[in-house]
Design a protein around this ligand. Structure first.
Ligand SMILES: CC(C)(COP(=O)(O)OP(=O)(O)OC[C@H]1O[C@@H](n2cnc3c(N)ncnc32)[C@H](O)[C@@H]1OP(=O)(O)O)[C@@H](O)C(=O)NCCC(=O)NCCS
Length: 187
């Protein structure tokens, strides 16, 4: 792959850009403390703005590495940041990345994350020359799965009791993927 780091991307309604320390207040208010947003995520709602500040500062410190892909999502209409999207589990050998995303519930169901994911996938295939992009979701998190399906990712399988929820119980994870040639056929 040809790594480029977290470069600024833009779509019709969104700007995907690097986190900045000035984003802490909006992140804290818009999604880091949103119980609906964190319900299916690995982290708990932030208990104070200090936690958000530490997180943002940590992300910023990683941008020096060109294999870091962690964008904050700015919603142009409201001139505010509403969520984030990232690539993790990057395998250069396999030319593969995995997507993660989250957004404040006030902005759900308007197609915004589908648009952000489309932008990130296009960037990975076009600019990074990735071969495959994967993503997975805890099976109750139907909206997350819909975002993958709306981006023409294909269901690949079920990882049994792969995810430990906040309540301590385990649930299955569904894995989706899209290959470069499949994405090219969509154009
Ligand atoms: C998952 C998430 C990113 C979706 O973002 P979004 O901008 O609302 O997504 P979109 O509007 O692009 O698409 C959501 C789709 O799910 C559908 N949907 C939402 N809730 C649903 C439900 N309970 N059952 C069935 N479909 C549902 C919406 O109708 C929409 O589909 P449609 O366009 O065909 O109507 C957002 O809900 C979120 O941030 N959740 C919390 C964090 C998270 O779970 N991240 C993913 C971890 S894998």
């Amino acid at each position: 792959m040809e790594h480029k780091g977290t470069v600024r991307l833009e779509s019709e309604r969104l700007i995907l850009r690097r986190f900045e320390m000035s984003d802490v207040d909006a992140m804290y208010a818009n999604w880091a403390t949103d119980l609906k947003t964190t319900k299916y995520l690995r982290w708990n709602p932030h208990e104070s703005k200090m936690v958000t500040a530490e997180y943002v500062s940590g992300v910023i410190s990683l941008y020096i590495n060109p294999m870091t892909y962690n964008w904050i999502i700015e919603f142009k209409d409201e001139n505010t940041v509403i969520g984030s999207i990232d690539f993790h589990a990057i395998s250069d050998r396999d030319e593969r990345l995995e997507l993660g995303f989250c957004m404040g519930s006030r902005w759900w169901n308007r197609g915004l994350m589908t648009e952000a994911v489309r932008t990130a996938i296009g960037f990975a295939f076009r600019e990074l020359k990735a071969h495959k992009i994967g993503a997975s979701y805890e099976e109750e998190n139907v909206a997350s799965g819909k975002v993958m399906m709306k981006n023409k990712m294909i269901y690949e399988g079920r990882l049994r009791e792969h995810y430990r929820k906040h309540d301590g119980t385990f649930s299955d994870v569904l894995y989706y993927g899209i290959m470069r040639d499949e994405w090219e056929k969509l154009k």
